[in-house]
Each structure stands twice: as structure tokens, then as C-alpha cells.
Design a protein around this ligand. Structure first.
Ligand code: EPS
Length: 407
């Protein structure tokens, strides 16, 4: 079982990611993790904070000479540069505002609750009079740790030919065309991580307009995983289904309000005969040069998004997430003071206009962590070579049950 935890506050000294359960021998370097961390920081519509940070995960434990070590948990530390270089409320340094020792000079508490943020439930639940106690941890800054752990899982999944990408389909109502085949390299070059160049420009304009209006924007991201074997996950128990786990992990990303697989909510309007993905007969299956199947049981379509009965079916996994607009708005909504209950404007602190492009990268990380766990559940292994042997042996069993027609 893969276990994963994060720790850290947005303006504290740093963020922590802890990942345990990968087999030994997975190739990993800080430079590889940095690639995903840089992707997370990019995106048109991000605020001033991203100019301050250059997120870099220092591997503290669990990796030796470029490979995961036998059984050792992997701990990573990512510095918050803003903590030591920037100033918080009242112009005081963050080292003061976020000091873990008692401070003599009082820090002005945040009393004006932001609708849409964790502030209101949090101050009640945790009995605090300073919403900073809530917002520091609920900040999307935490997603940095997720992406660092996800990058390690990407390295593991690549050993099995699994690739995970994401792209933006909608920002603020600007809808991108979704081509059948997505040019992932071109998508990475789009400032909003969108594969449609016309929509990219319209999305940037929408972001500029929202900034001008002092507002924020949400949207839709899609995450696609290819190269997955048939049979990850299980149908036997509600909490063990891969669909359950993916919904939970993608749904846990800050600001996500909905998750769908494949054609998702659009399937509601169609008859079954138009929905289910017809299986190709054996004479249409393709073989690799070594005689193995490229993909056993291939389909004519992929409306299910690669999942049936809580298991992968061998088609690409397609997951979409709806991201609500950021709750911190330049022109704040009316709100209420947490001490008096009086009408006030919500608190505003430097923020992004949108972080939809970033959400795709975070979603990838959550999908990769979940898929790596599903791989280990299915194939086990204490060293990557053992996991690979088990994987290969399983793949050789797939195909029509009459052995004479197996690859
Ligand atoms: C965030 C507010 C902004 C964002 C932050 C999420 O931070 P700050 O308050 O320091 O300007 O930039 O996201 C990140 C720091 C990040 O690394 O993604 C919020 O309120 O959730």
C-alpha cells in the first residue's frame, strides 16, 4: 500500500511531502521532481506569489544514488521563499506572523471571513479567532507537496509505459475544442495549458477581463492516463473500486466541485446503445513486435473513460474536474466579522485570478499517486524488478481464454 501525507502552511518556513510504499529501485532525482513543480507554478492568471517562489523539493530521505531505497519512506522539503523574504500583514515579516514561538508583538488577526474559503467552518470547528489559523493550511500552496509526490509516482508508472497528462477545457466559460488526438507538447506551451490555440487566446482575454473587474475565474480540466493495463482496481467492494479512489483523490484538490469520467454527465441524455464501448473482435487486435498484445480487448470508443465496474478496462483513463473560481476576490464579497457578526467586506490578500491551469497539474499528481497505489495493490513487489516480473506475467495471461489464440 502506498501512503502519502503532506504538511505545511502557505507562509510558514516550508512544505513537507511524505510518501511510503514504493518498491526499491525506482529511478528518481530532484531534477525530475522539479519539472513537475515548475509546471505547477506556471499558468496565465497566477498572482505575485509565483514570482517569489521557485519550488524545489529537496529529497531528505528514501532515495540513494538516484533510486528509491529498500522500504525507506521518502520525505521531501520544499522551502517557502516568501517566508524569509516577504512581509505579511501590517508590513511585518512572515517569520514574525508565522513564528512557531509565542511573539510579543501582536499579529493582527483576520476577522473578515471569505465566502467560498475554509475560513467560516474552520474558525468555528477549531475554535480560533484568527482565520489565518485556517487559511494558511487550506491554501492551495499545499498542492506543491502533492505535485512533488506525484512526480515520484510518475517515475514509477513510466517503468510500465504509463503516461499522465492534463489540459484545460474551459476557463470562465470559454470552451476549448477537444481534438480526438491531443498534442501534449503543444498543450504544455499554451499559457493556460489548453490544446486549442484559439481558445487559449480567448481564455487569456477572459482572465485579463476578470482581473480588470477585480474578480476570479474557474473552469474545467481533463486528466488523461494512457498505457494502463486492464484490471487495476476491483468491482468487489465500494471503497476498493478504482473509480471511488480516483473521485476522492481528484475531488480533494482545492476548489474542485465535481469529477466525471469519460463522457460523464453527458451520458445522462443518451440511450445505452449509444453509450457503451463496443469491444473489437480478435482479428482487429494489434500486436507488438514481441508478439504481445498492444491492448487486449480494445474498444471502438471510450465513453466510459477507461473505467468499468471500478476497474481499468485498458482504454485511456479520462477524468474531468470542475474547478470553482478562487474564493479570494480582489473586489471582495460582502461578508461578516467573525467576532461581532457585523456586516463587513471579506478579507483580501494577494491572490491568483485563476488557477485552473495549475489544477490540471495537481490533478495529474493525484491521479498518479492513486494509480501507483493501484499498481502496487495488483502487482506488489519490494523491488521494481519484482513488480515488473509480476506485471509481465499477468499481461501474458490476458486475451481470449482459449489459449491457442493468446499472443
Ligand atoms: C492562495 C493564495 C496565493 C496563491 C496560493 C494560493 O498565495 P499568497 O497568499 O501567498 O499570495 O499564490 O498559491 C500558492 C502560493 C501556490 O504555490 O500555489 C490561496 O489563498 O489559496
Amino acid at each position: 500500500m502506498l501512503r502519502f501525507l503532506t504538511a505545511g502552511e502557505s507562509h510558514g518556513p516550508g512544505l513537507v511531502a511524505l510518501l511510503e510504499g514504493l518498491p526499491a529501485g525506482v529511478p528518481i532525482t530532484e531534477a525530475v521532481i522539479r519539472e513537475d513543480l515548475a509546471r505547477r507554478q506556471a499558468g496565465y492568471g497566477r498572482g505575485g506569489r509565483m514570482k517569489i517562489e521557485t519550488d524545489y523539493a529537496v529529497l531528505q530521505t528514501g532515495v540513494r544514488h538516484g533510486h528509491t531505497m529498500a522500504g525507506a519512506p521518502i520525505a521531501m522539503l520544499i522551502e517557502n521563499r516568501d517566508h524569509t523574504t516577504g512581509n505579511g500583514p501590517d508590513g511585518k515579516p512572515w517569520t514574525h506572523t508565522m513564528n512557531n514561538e509565542p511573539v510579543e508583538d501582536e499579529v493582527t488577526p483576520i476577522h473578515r471571513l471569505r465566502p467560498g474559503h475554509a475560513d467560516t467552518a474552520g474558525i468555528n470547528k477549531y475554535n480560533t479567532e484568527d482565520a489565518r489559523d485556517i487559511l494558511e493550511r487550506s491554501s492551495a500552496r499545499e498542492s506543491t507537496s502533492r505535485v512533488a509526490a506525484g512526480a515520484i509516482c510518475r517515475a514509477f508508472l513510466r517503468e510500465f509505459g504509463v503516461e499522465v497528462h492534463s489540459h484545460v477545457l474551459n476557463i470562465g466559460g470559454v470552451q476549448a475544442a477537444r481534438p480526438e488526438v491531443i498534442d501534449w507538447a503543444a498543450t504544455e506551451l499554451s499559457e493556460v495549458r489548453c490544446s486549442d490555440p484559439i481558445a487559449t487566446e480567448a481564455m487569456k482575454q477572459a482572465i485579463d477581463d476578470a482581473r480588470e473587474a477585480g474578480d476570479s475565474l474557474g473552469g474545467v480540466v481533463e486528466i488523461v492516463a494512457t498505457g494502463l493495463p486492464i484490471g487495476l482496481g476491483t468491482h468487489v467492494q465500494w471503497d476498493l473500486k478504482l473509480s471511488t479512489k480516483l473521485m476522492a483523490s481528484v475531488g480533494s484538490v482545492n476548489a474542485v466541485k465535481g469529477v466525471e469520467f469519460g463522457e460523464g454527465f453527458e451520458l445522462a441524455d443518451l440511450r445505452g446503445s449509444l453509450v457503451h464501448d463496443v469491444i473489437k473482435p480478435l482479428d482487429e487486435w494489434e500486436k507488438n513486435p514481441d508478439g504481445s498484445w498492444v491492448q487486449p480487448w480494445p474498444r471502438r470508443s471510450n465513453k466510459a473513460g477507461g473505467l468499468e465496474g471500478g476497474m481499468t478496462n485498458g482504454e485511456p483513463l479520462i477524468i474531468r474536474a470542475v474547478v470553482k473560481p478562487i474564493a479570494t476576490i480582489i473586489n471582495p464579497l460582502p461578508s461578516v466579522d467573525l467576532t461581532t457578526g457585523d456586516l463587513e467586506q471579506a478579507h483580501y490578500e494577494r491572490s491568483d485570478i485563476t488557477f485552473v491551469p495549475t489544477c490540471g497539474v495537481i490533478g495529474e499528481a493525484m491521479v498518479m499517486i492513486t494509480l501507483a497505489d493501484a499498481f502496487l495493490e495488483k502487482f506488489g513487489g519490494d523491488h521494481i524488478d519484482e513488480t515488473k516480473r509480476n506485471y509481465k506475467a499477468y499481461m501474458a495471461t490476458l486475451g481470449p481464454k482459449h489459449t491457442s489464440v493468446k499472443a
